[in-house]
Design a protein around this ligand. Structure first.
Ligand SMILES: NC(=O)c1ccc[n+]([C@@H]2O[C@H](COP(=O)([O-])OP(=O)(O)OC[C@H]3O[C@@H](n4cnc5c(N)ncnc54)[C@H](O)[C@@H]3O)[C@@H](O)[C@H]2O)c1
Length: 306
């Protein structure tokens, strides 16, 4: 029921981070997976690694998801190579930090352009293919807990709220073609996006999360395989929150623990270290490089008085 053997998938933003995690999980379940990204060097490494490690077909396709013509060519390239497409995972996304009172219109347009419009262009192209082939299909978008809580800024949170509503609308429209459209909402994930997050902030996240550790791309393996497989055939229009209970936390007192968390601080950063190795970025023992996203490091240092 959970097997993806013989299925053909594509994942956008799959060179590193959450997308690489999704592609890994789909390959582990038996699917052939196209690695779609703008980062050619890292994307090619990821595709080669997945093909070798899991014995599936995997190749890299360069595509900027903000360009509808590139997205159409990308879906065609995947169908040409694999002979079909069953699963489209639309994950490419960015955040640009900054208070809203001074936020630049270019930054707003870039975040909305990649996170919301890019995901929509991909879903639309995958949907067109699924409608044409008359065998249904699975579309999975990456939203975020930022669609539910106010933790970043208006552009990022609005883009993710938009992804959730876009997912629901497409699910309502395309159920008649046997197309399932769902999204996954992670919490703070240790991808390169968070490689400049100081240790003090990671510790704070652990303390505020009932399951007690910082989320890794690996924590999305099960959820993405579920939504890609026959196990979720009657699930559509859903935003699957995978946050270790982070957004449940309304206690005034600190959370206590009776057992150690399932994942240790050393294990939290195993995937992130592999990403940084693939990107050729140096890091310390905690997989931190403050220069990768200096704006993130600076904002957290100011907020935490570090
Ligand atoms: N890391 C987190 O804490 C977190 C939490 C919730 C949701 N998310 C979401 O998960 C998704 C993946 O995030 P991540 O943490 O792995 O980020 P990341 O920065 O580590 O990786 C993003 C990947 O997307 C690619 N990309 C960027 N712009 C692109 C474009 N225009 N076209 C194609 N590819 C592009 C990058 O090259 C990179 O490989 C994003 O949508 C993000 O908003 C992240």
């Amino acid at each position: 029921m959970f097997s993806l053997k013989g299925k053909k998938a594509l994942v956008t933003g799959a060179a590193v981070g959450i997308g690489r995690g999704y592609a890994t999980a789909l390959a582990m379940a038996g699917a052939d997976v196209a690695i779609v990204d703008i980062d050619v060097k890292t994307g090619e490494k990821t595709a080669a690694y997945i093909a070798k490690e899991y014995g599936v077909d995997s190749f890299f396709v360069k595509c900027d998801v903000t360009k509808p013509e590139e997205v159409a060519a990308m879906v065609q390239a995947v169908v040409d190579r694999f002979g079909d497409l069953d699963i489209g995972v639309n994950n490419a996304g960015i955040g640009i930090l900054g208070g809203d009172e001074d936020y630049r219109p270019e930054s707003w347009n870039k975040v909305i352009g990649i996170n919301l419009s890019g995901a929509y262009f991909c879903a639309r192209e995958e949907g067109r293919y699924f409608i044409k082939r008359k065998k249904g299909g699975k579309i999975i978008n990456t939203a975020s807990m930022s669609a539910r809580i106010c933790n970043c800024n208006a552009s990022y949170n609005a883009s993710k709220g938009g992804v959730v509503e876009m997912t629901r609308m497409l699910a309502a429209e395309w159920g008649r073609f046997n197309i399932n459209v769902n999204c996954i909402s992670p919490s703070y994930i240790l991808s390169p996006m968070h490689a400049s997050t100081p240790v003090e902030v990671r510790q704070r996240i652990r303390e505020l999360t009932p399951l007690g550790y910082v989320e890794r791309p690996d924590d999305l393996y099960g959820p993405v395989v579920f939504l890609a497989s026959d196990a979720s055939n009657y699930v559509t229009g859903v935003d699957l929150l995978v946050d270790g209970g982070h957004t449940l936390n309304a206690w005034l007192t600190p959370l206590s623990r009776d057992l150690p968390p399932r994942v240790s601080p050393e294990e939290e950063v195993v995937s992130l270290k592999r990403d940084l190795d693939n990107l050729g970025v140096p890091y310390d023992e905690n997989a931190i490089n403050p220069d990768l996203h200096p704006e993130v490091a600076g904002a957290f240092k100011a907020a935490f008085n570090l």
